[in-house]
Design a binder for this molecule. Structure first.
Ligand code: MRU
Length: 332
């Protein structure tokens, strides 16, 4: 592999390195993700996470595995195992379906990496045009450079608007239960110097009621053919609140997140994670030991609650999405 570098993923020509996102913001620890078994474990414990980035990371891992002499049988088995590492983010399946038949896995992985950067730029251009000077924005989970190979999806849009000189303020949901907003988005916003305030998820409704937020921007792990989309749990509640308070709500995603094989949101598989993540965090537990808990990692927002979807090639209104814009080729 040619060396490459992004905020959460690096290749030095021999080894693939993953920034352990579970250690952020306090420590920047890079782990070896060159072997498929190691990469699967890193993806499953969210050391590497975010829909686009797990596709890019799995592709780079597979290319490194091939370069190190994996047989065709070993390559195919690793591809299938990586593909199944997490069920909701379709970018992982999309990347593995490209890598599976690739005659030159290294070139394919490098193309996937470069393409993700370009897709982020496309989303940033189209999304930033929606944002007006002086707006206060609300976002959920982490959708920035840590979640992609480029500048991000929803957070990339916000970053671009900030770079354009628009005066913005970002409210970042902490994002229970794994705190991607409180740990990762807060870390990125501070590094970028974007004015921001951290809130707990349950405070968002108050901000929306009080007119303190002019726009909500979120990422997506899978967009169904009709425009329904899955994203980090809590997104659906935010969409309901935004609609109630008449605040524009935009998912932001690259075409690699669109899954035309899913007719609607009901067909999107939702990852259920360990109940222990709801009972506590890290070594800290606040619920009684063994307390039953439910932990869906994602929820589905119906297209009717979407003001418009920002894709890498343009912005699509609810009406366009409902009329089949994702299926008829006008959005590809
Ligand atoms: O469980 P995670 O942290 O991988 O969930 C990430 C999200 O929900 C993001 O919003 C999504 O992947 C889109 S971001 C580019």
């Amino acid at each position: 592999m040619n060396p490459f570098d992004s905020l959460g993923l690096r290749h030095d020509g021999r080894t693939l390195w993953v920034l352990d996102q579970t250690r952020l913001p306090d420590a920047e620890v890079w782990l070896d993700g060159s072997e498929p078994a190691a990469m699967i474990a890193l993806i499953q414990r969210l050391a590497v996470r975010g829909a686009p980035l797990i596709g890019v990371a799995a592709a780079a891992c597979l290319a490194t595995f091939a370069e190190r002499g994996a047989s065709a049988t070993e390559y195919a088995a690793a591809c299938a195992a990586l593909r199944a590492a997490r069920p909701t983010a379709v970018n992982l399946m999309w990347a593995m379906d490209r890598m599976k038949p690739a005659t030159d896995p290294v070139a394919e992985a490098q193309a996937i990496f470069a393409e993700d950067i370009r897709l982020c730029e496309g989303m940033a251009t189209h999304g930033a045009a929606l944002i007006q000077d002086g707006e206060h924005l609300l976002t959920h989970c982490n959708t920035g450079g840590l979640a992609t190979a480029g500048i991000g999806t929803a957070l990339g849009v916000i970053r671009r608007a900030h770079e354009q000189g628009k005066r913005l303020h970002v409210y970042a949901d902490e994002t229970r239960p794994l705190l991607q907003g409180g740990r990762l988005t807060a870390w990125e916003l501070k590094r970028l110097g974007i004015p921001a305030t951290l809130i707990t998820d349950s405070m968002a409704a108050l901000l929306l009621r009080d007119g303190k937020v002019q726009r909500v921007l979120v990422g997506s792990d899978r967009v169904a053919a009709n425009g329904d989309f899955a994203n980090k749990v809590g997104t659906y509640g935010l969409a309901v609140q935004a609609r109630f308070h008449d605040v524009p709500f935009h998912p932001v995603a690259p075409f690699s997140t669109v899954d035309l094989a899913c007719p609607n949101g009901a067909a999107i598989p939702i990852e259920l994670r360990d109940a222990a993540e709801v009972r506590g965090f890290g070594s800290l537990r606040w619920a009684p030991e063994g307390m039953p808990a439910w932990n869906p990692s994602f929820d589905v927002t119906p297209v009717d609650l979407v003001t418009s979807l920002v894709l890498d090639n343009g912005v699509y209104t609810t009406e366009q999405l409902k009329a089949g814009a994702l299926c008829d080729g006008s959005a590809s």
